[in-house]
Ligand binder design. Structure first.
Ligand SMILES: Nc1ncnc2c1ncn2[C@@H]1O[C@H](COP(=O)(O)OP(=O)(O)OP(=O)(O)O)[C@@H](O)[C@H]1O
Ligand SMILES: [Mg+2]
Length: 232
């Protein structure tokens, strides 16, 4: 399939899935019977996962074609984090994983970034941490001031990544043999971080867990200037 064909398919897939979700939501509102309601909830979660896959396919193709759009503004740490924990909550709940947020910086510190894309990157890292960790374990999202940068990191105490696999984990469609997923999350995340002139780092020990991290320069601006955007 040609790359632009894949972009069209992912777009059509997304539209159809959104219409399916809409109908399922309407059906859910009419159902009071508990077993039927929980089956619809499960179908909704599956549809949401499929929409994510369609979005990842589109993003990966846009990245390959140099068409990945970003919109940079000065954003506060608070705005960047606003959706992240909420987005990951259902998956974490399903796997009985606690996601702790550890903040060692001013919540109103500003970063010149595309907040939605940084949110997408953090959500991808958290989704992996949740997916690969044992149930009842803890995942930590930390943000810390490091000189003039803000360091974002996601730590899990999951199985870790074999040293032979580490050079491949950021490749498009790569995943370990026994993994479930499309192998697109880290490919997209690395590109998002690099578009912010950062580097996505991984530190992993088999049997102990993994930490993914990246740093973004903190802006030194007054609040009014910061909300108006511009060059870094
Ligand atoms: N926190 C982690 N712990 C253990 N292995 C990991 C972790 N994060 C990534 N990996 C390994 O790296 C592979 C690539 O990750 P990536 O997020 O790109 O793909 P995926 O999670 O398999 O699929 P997708 O993110 O597209 O749903 C994973 O399949 C897994 O083998
Ligand atoms: Mg993933």
């Amino acid at each position: 399939m040609r790359e632009d064909g894949l972009t069209i398919v992912s777009h059509e897939l997304r539209n159809s899935l959104q219409s399916l979700c809409l109908n399922l939501h309407q059906l859910r509102a009419m159902i009071v019977d508990e077993p039927a309601a929980s089956k619809i909830d499960r179908a909704l979660r599956t549809a949401a996962r499929l929409i994510n896959i369609a979005d990842d396919l589109r993003d990966a193709e846009h990245l390959s074609q140099g068409m990945f759009r970003m919109s940079f503004k000065y954003e506060t740490v608070e705005a960047i984090l606003a959706d992240v924990v909420e987005t990951i909550a259902p998956a974490a709940h399903e796997r009985r994983i606690t996601v702790s947020v550890d903040i060692h910086c001013d919540l109103f510190a500003t970063v010149y970034c595309d907040a939605a894309r940084i949110c997408q990157a953090l959500t991808n890292l958290l989704a992996n941490a949740v997916k690969f960790s044992r149930p009842d374990s803890n995942v930590i999202l930390a943000i810390a001031r490091q000189h003039h940068d803000l360091l974002f990191s996601v730590r899990d105490s999951g199985p870790g990544i074999a040293p032979d696999d580490l050079p491949h984990i950021f490749d498009k469609y790569w995943r370990a043999r026994d993994s479930r997923g499309s192998g697109l999350g880290l490919f997209i995340t690395k590109r998002i971080v690099e578009a912010h002139r950062g580097t996505l780092l991984v530190d992993s020990v088999v049997g102990q867990g993994s930490t993914f991290s990246f740093a973004l320069p903190a802006a030194q601006l007054a609040g009014v200037e910061a909300s108006q955007g511009g060059s870094p």
